[in-house]
Every structure is written in structure tokens, then in C-alpha cells.
Write a protein that binds this ligand. Sequence first.
Ligand code: PHE
Length: 355
Amino acid sequence: MYSLYKNNRGNPLFSVYDQLLPVVNLNQNFDSLLVPKNHVSRQKSDNYYINQNYLLRAHTTAHQTELIQMGLDNFLVVGDVFRRDSIDSSHYPVFHQVDAVRLCSKHDVFGKNITSEHSLFEEREITEDHQSCHSDAAVNFLTQDLKSCLISLATSVFGKDVEWRWVSASFPFTHPSWELEIKLCDKWTEILGCGIIKQDILKNSGVREKVGWAFGLGLERWAMKLYNIPDIRVFWSTDPRFHEQFDFEDPSTPVTFQSYSKQPPCINDISFWLPEEGKYCSEDFYDLVRSIGDDLVEKVELIDDFLHPKKKTRSHCYRITYRSWQKALLQEEANVVHQKIAEAAQNSFGVQLRC
Ligand code: PHE
């Protein structure tokens, strides 16, 4: 979004709002977005109502009108959203969305050579393709700008060769509306919703001479597709084996998620005095641990490297994480393997165990 939309000084046009409180009122989540009073999305069974007036936002679109009222023309809203839903590998009561809004004036649409002939507005019958107040020029410009922005977003994330298609959709706050689908593993999957903002929303927010588009997408869904993550619950894991897989600076780094055991670990430390310089290296120990512990060993870390100040002897302490793929390992079972490793290290490298 930053590289696509810049102002004439080269600064990003879109500003990001990601600290807005998730508790919103009915006006923010529904009424201001023209969601009808009897719309299914308002149901108690689908939302986390706090009382008659407040709920946990069900979409980041809930902040659209307040930000437009503040005078913003180009913005992104990022946040957690809350929905009561079925339980399966792709649904969780809280997930994250990004919404975007872009408002355009006559000058954005018609450029420099604008004349009095050019208008964003025209009174006519509403059709599938346009609202009752928008001119063809306004609709065509917004549609083209919105769609090219989203294709560029989707291809920059999923690769330039990804197959995509537009499917017509319906949202109370946009008309016309679309969903973007991409083909993954031979299956068409919906990845976002978007459309031309209903002019009444802008009018009610005090905007007169502008038209605009909006989109919203679910971040977990994108991440699950992009990294091949099979279960939405792992996003809530505090397990470093999850987070370490995404520990890189460049967001375009290709990653395929590697699943890991959900069984609990047993963690044992071993520390020993090393033989004289040059007769031992940590890699020798790692090989030995692997050959004895086999698949039960998940990780070996050197957690202490100590040089005795007087004797000038060195000791190493390693932390070994034992974990089975099949079952919850008992501490006694881990101890047996750990004991074997200790004995083998003494015999093979002449190290001296510290108590
Ligand atoms: N709020 C919609 C959703 O949660 C997405 C959306 C946002 C659609 C903005 C159109 C415009 O599905």
C-alpha cells in the first residue's frame, strides 16, 4: 500500500490505525454502516455483546465512519475482531482484520484538465453496476483503482503468477461489492471483500464532494494460505517453535510452516569440565546426543560456557529438550536417555561431569 500510493512529496498516502479499542457501540459496528436493523450479522448468536449498546467489534470496518469524520481520506485499520462461530481449524472467536478506505475528489478522478462537464455525481436508477448517485466516470475510476490495488496486493503476497478472479458480492456498506478469490491447490478461495462505499455513509459523515472505495480482509486467513499453516489456533501459541519460524526481517522471505509435536517436553541439563583445549568441540557432543537420543531429542542448547579463573579449565552446560511425537514423555524415560548420554560423553571425550 505504501509503495502504490504516495503523495507528491513521496510520502505514504495511507496512515495506519492499529490501536483503536475493540469495544465499539452498535452505531459504529452496524448503524453507521447502514446494516439493516434485522440483518443476520446483528444476531446475539454471532456477536459478543457487552450490553444493549456495546459489543466487541465484529469487523474493523466498525471504525470506518469515525475516521472518515475525522477528515481522513486514505487509511488502514488493523485490529482484532470477535465473532461467535463454529469451531474448526479455520475459525476462532478472535482473529485479525485489515480494512482500508480511500476517498477521491474530482481532481483525483479527472486529473488536471478538469472542466465543468466532469462530475462524480449523476441522479439515476440504481443498477447492479452503480449506486443511484454516481456517474459512470466515478464508478469506473474507483472500480479500476480498487481492483488494481487489490490485485497488486494479492500478487505481491501470493506471487505474481497466482490465479485470481472477481466474484460479485453484497455488503450493506458498499455497492457494487466484490470478493477476490485466488486459486490455491486447485481450489478457489475467497481472500477479501470490497466495494464502492455507499454515498450515504460519506454524506452522514459530513463528506460532500468525494467518492470512495473500501476493502477488508482477514489476516490469519492470508497467513494460513501463505505459510501453509493448517490450524488457526497456532497463532495463539506462545511456543517459540512457532514464532522462531517467522523470525526474519524481510517479509517476502518464503516460509513453509513446519509442524511440531504437541506433546509436552522434558528438559534436562548436563554440565561437564572439558578436556584440554582442542580435544573437544560442541559439535562432537551434538552428534553424540543425536546418535543416542535419536528423535526424542528436539533441541540442544549451550546455556553456559565457564572458564575457571584460576585453574583455567573450561566447563560447558547444555540444556537438552526431550520430546516425543507419539506420547507425553515421562521424566523417568527422559532420565534414562540423559544418563546414557552422560556416560557416553565421559567415555568418548574424557569430559568430567559436574554435579
Ligand atoms: N467488513 C467486511 C467483512 O468483515 C469486509 C469488507 C470491508 C467488505 C470493507 C467491504 C468493504 O467481511
